[in-house]
Design a protein around this ligand. Sequence first.
Ligand code: ZN
Ligand code: ZN
Length: 72
Amino acid sequence: MPPGTEGEDRTPDVPLHYHLCPQCARAVPVQSGELYCVNDGARLLSACPACGAAITSPYSRYCSGCGRILKP
Ligand SMILES: [Zn+2]
Ligand SMILES: [Zn+2]
């Protein structure tokens, strides 16, 4: 095992979270490792900027924790 291998954990009962593009509402699973949108280069949201709730649905447009819109 090489030291310093980064989170390649595939535990089946880890809930799936998404990164969401605030520009085009594209969602990618956190496991993909993408940090920026490949469509427009915007920094993907990994959680609600207002309350920090995780994005659990790829179709999220509003935060499930505080109801705030996730795209400008
Ligand atoms: Zn985008
Ligand atoms: Zn929120």
